[in-house]
Design a protein around this ligand. Structure first.
Ligand SMILES: Cc1ncc(COP(=O)(O)O)c(C=O)c1O
Length: 385
């Protein structure tokens, strides 16, 4: 009964070039992924600082799981509200300059838990059209009146804001956009915030750890609430939301994905505390990554590619979904892993190749990447421009 429907829908995905069949990674060695026994140079990881595979990272996590046990064994609201978790949250709040913080089991759950619970039907929420799927899901689950604005267009946002007379308004955006790789214009957001008095919620998942002084992000002082994930530059798992104490109290009482889910283990919180020190002391990694990203963008542009991205996420426009998949498969055969982002991750007909740069990459890797990109575009008959 259901099988027929599932098969039909999967076939439609295949016909549209949108079918997903992720490659199996057998093992990982720094910037290399082992696939079918071959060492593939990966540009598809969010381990931006290369922290997740450091011996010190593994030691910290191993030691803490040994000390605290393997599970929190309950939701935060039942018996999972451990002191080490509260201590870690306080340290994160203080490091990033916020009143308070709360951990969630993942960034997806953080966005879902935050955005689905904060708003009522009398509230208006404005959001950038390119925010992450988890934020969209969170907003869809809220009762607020939702209004989208064109990606990074503050003139469009202002038009929308000026026509709205809701007493409570909020704006949801990202600081470093996960696919386009562009950075939020924090100055203009702040001007609008002063003028229209909205609650600003900024997802800094891709920026925290890498951008800003000591990885403190891009939107400090402008965001009322900021979302960070441990799963990217922090090289761990789970997520943290930085926020005023009142909103933390509110979430503990109203955020269903927090209330009804097993909280992260104590060992996670203890490890997150120690990882914060690694992040603080990673200036060399951040500087190297920045140099590599600047170089890559300049060289890709010189080679004629249509490139976007202000930092460690660099996207190359392809357009056609099947072509993007073809190019990515061809790159894989040549020993390089690149993610073809297609609808619904990006808009229809706007497929891109998403390059995730890490501090582990060097100039030789970039030369190889550019040479293989040129060859694959050429072989797939895709014009670079
Ligand atoms: C902008 C953004 N927010 C949130 C998430 C979800 O984070 P997590 O992987 O911790 O669930 C992602 C993950 O890709 C993301 O890109």
């Amino acid at each position: 009964m259901f099988d027929e429907k599932f098969k039909r829908k999967l076939n439609i995905k295949k016909e549209q070039g949108l079918y997903r069949d992720p490659v199996i990674i057998e093992n990982r060695f720094g910037k290399f992924a082992q696939i079918n026994g071959a060492m593939i140079l990966s540009f598809a990881s969010n381990d931006y600082l290369g922290i997740s595979e450091l011996d010190i990272s593994k030691d910290i996590v191993g030691r803490n799981f040994k000390k605290y046990g393997t599970s929190s064994s309950s939701s935060r609201l039942v018996s999972g509200n451990y002191s080490i978790i509260n201590q870690a949250e306080d340290e994160y709040a203080s490091y990033f300059g916020f009143e308070s913080a709360i951990f969630y089991p993942s960034g997806y759950q953080a966005n879902l838990g935050l955005l689905s619970s904060l708003f009522d039907s009398s509230d208006s929420v404005f959001f950038d059209k390119h925010i992450h799927a988890s934020a969209v899901k969170g907003l869809e689950g809220s009762k607020a009146k939702l209004t989208s604005y064109n990606h990074s267009s503050f003139s469009h946002l202002e038009k929308r804001l000026s026509k709205n007379d809701a007493q409570n308004k909020a704006v949801v955006t990202e600081s470093l956009f996960s696919m386009d790789g562009d950075i939020l214009d924090v100055g203009i957001l702040n001007v609008l915030k002063q003028k229209y008095n909205f609650l600003s919620i900024v997802d800094e998942s891709h920026a925290f750890g890498v951008l800003g002084d000591k990885g403190k992000g891009v939107a400090k002082g402008v965001s009322d609430v900021a979302v960070g994930t441990f799963g990217k530059a922090f090289g761990l798992f789970g997520a943290f939301v930085l926020l005023p104490s009142l909103i933390k109290e509110y979430l503990l009482n109203f955020s269903s994905p927090l209330i009804y889910s097993t909280t992260l283990p104590e060992a996670h919180a203890a490890s997150a505390l120690e990882f914060l020190e690694i992040i603080e002391n990673s200036d060399e990694r951040r500087d190297h990554l920045k140099r590599m990203c600047t170089l890559l963008k300049a060289e890709l542009t010189k080679a004629g590619f249509k490139v976007e991205g202000d930092a460690h996420i660099i996207s190359i426009f392809v357009g056609d979904e099947e072509r993007a998949t073809q190019i990515s498969s061809m790159m894989l055969k040549s020993g390089l892993l690149i993610f073809p982002a297609r609808y619904p991750t990006v808009h229809k007909g706007k497929a891109i190749l998403r390059i995730g740069m890490t501090a582990l990459h060097n100039e030789e890797d970039l030369e190889k990447l550019i040479a293989e990109l040129k060859r694959s575009f050429d072989k797939c008959n895709v014009s670079i421009m």
